[in-house]
Ligand binder design. Structure first.
Ligand SMILES: *[C@@H]1O[C@H](CO)[C@@H](O)[C@H](O)[C@H]1NC(C)=O
Ligand SMILES: *[C@@H]1O[C@H](CO)[C@@H](O)[C@H](O)[C@H]1NC(C)=O
Ligand SMILES: *[C@@H]1O[C@H](CO)[C@@H](O)[C@H](O)[C@H]1NC(C)=O
Ligand SMILES: *[C@@H]1O[C@H](CO)[C@@H](O)[C@H](O)[C@H]1NC(C)=O
Length: 377
């Protein structure tokens, strides 16, 4: 079974006005960083692991393209000796757009400190917003040349927020927080870009399922090598400007703040110049695809029995996003528009031939993923 990747490169056309000076990058000159992406097959969320603290702990963090900061649960035994709380009113607190001071009456530990810069770790899946403390600690990340994982680079101080046990609802089982990749000064990719003077650019390659292999987050720009394709995949990407939404979409913001999320200008969505879902269903019928009972949250489902599979995924109608600029078309093939649903025998007529039946769900919700890919499906 081939694996399909959805590659999204976000070139940040944004000037960095504040430079975070907290990281002494010493002599190390990495070209780019890489983190592995896994997909949780229950929630369909994508997550990665960021090695943090002393001794190293390995929190799994759900990826949120619209998230403003990296946060994880510090109430889970995290007691790193290199953790430092960031004081309220400090320059680092301003960089994080922190407000107020948070304190704690318990035994001092990461996540329980006084006079600490208050930030708002947010869980978009359960809509939980807490006031948490801003802190910094070392993290260990892999350098990459676009092909493989090179040395493990120890970054002495990166800003993140401490979250809480009861803030994890709705996140994939076992994950401990969220890695926010929005256009903020404290997002991990922005901190790494300014610390190591690498391009403020990142790319996500999302795996269809973890059984098909892992995906990658590249921080710092290409090249990107994705076997079996043996050239730099960054040359295949189409480009479109990111636009700034003047209205904040954050759970909490000040009057007049623009959004930190990524927006692109989609001029039209076409299958055949017709309404998306209806036209998809019609075209699907002409390709001999059989509609089956929908599986929530999807409105349209098809039996996989009579759909051929190729290197771009199932041969279903291609959805085309028409982007800003001349002849900019983002073709969404079956590998990215369809989600595989495995159901037990007894539901579909194929039951006599197969112990398990794959159904493919059409994913109109995918378009939201331009704005917030973390939603996964
Ligand atoms: C989810 O993945 C795990 C391990 O990767 C596997 O054991 C489990 O059967 C999968 N569950 C479903 C519903 O596919
Ligand atoms: C956390 O670590 C400090 C030393 O770094 C130690 O004094 C303290 O007892 C530890 N706390 C817990 C709850 O393990
Ligand atoms: C914070 O300050 C209060 C009041 O001074 C004190 O009782 C408490 O122990 C302190 N908490 C920590 C974590 O140091
Ligand atoms: C979550 O994972 C743990 C072990 O990692 C397992 O014991 C538990 O049953 C899982 N819970 C759910 C709801 O899948």
């Amino acid at each position: 079974m081939a694996s399909f990747f959805f590659l999204l490169s976000l070139s940040l056309i944004f000037c960095l006005c504040l430079i975070i000076r907290s990281i002494d990058s010493a002599e190390v000159k990495p070209r780019a960083f890489i983190l592995a992406i896994r997909k949780d097959n229950v929630t369909l969320q994508y997550y990665t692991t960021v090695d943090t603290g002393t001794p190293l702990t390995y929190p799994d963090l759900v990826i949120d393209l619209g998230g403003q900061i990296l946060w994880f649960n510090c109430e889970n035994g995290f007691n790193s000796s290199t953790y430092r709380a960031v004081r309220c009113g400090s320059s680092k607190c301003k960089v994080a757009k922190g407000s107020g001071c948070v304190g704690c009456n318990g035994t001092p530990r990461p996540g329980c400190t006084n006079n600490t810069c208050g930030v708002y770790p947010y869980n978009p899946f359960s809509n939980l917003l807490y006031a948490g403390g801003l802190g910094e600690d070392s993290m260990a990340l892999y350098e990459t040349d676009g092909v493989s994982y090179l040395s493990h680079i120890y970054v002495p101080r990166l800003l993140f927020a401490c979250g809480f046990n009861d803030q994890l609802q709705g996140l994939a089982n076992g994950t401990q927080g969220v890695i926010g990749l929005a256009r903020t000064q404290v997002a991990l990719q922005t901190q790494l870009s300014s610390a190591y003077k690498i391009q403020n650019k990142f790319a996500l390659c999302l795996p269809s399922s973890s059984e098909d292999g892992l995906g990658d987050i590249f921080i710092g720009g290409g090249p990107y090598y994705m076997p079996p394709y043996n050239k730099d995949a960054s040359t295949l990407l189409i480009k479109t400007p990111l636009i700034i939404n003047p209205v904040s979409t954050a759970p909490i913001y000040s009057e007049g703040e623009h959004s930190d999320e990524y927006f692109i200008n989609v001029k039209a969505i076409k299958i055949n110049e017709k309404a998306l879902v209806k036209e998809f269903v019609k075209k699907a019928a002409s390709k001999g695809m059989t509609r089956v009972a929908p599986v929530a949250p999807f409105g349209e489902c098809f039996s996989a029995k009579n759909i051929r599979s190729t290197v771009t995924g199932l041969t279903v109608p291609t959805i085309v996003l028409v982007l800003e600029g001349n002849r900019k078309y983002w073709n969404i093939y079956g590998g990215n528009s369809m989600v595989k649903e495995t159901v037990n025998i007894g539901i579909l007529e194929e039951k006599r031939f197969m112990p398990r039946v794959h159904r493919w769900r059409f994913k109109p919700k995918n378009f939201n993923s331009i704005r917030r890919t973390s939603v996964g499906g």
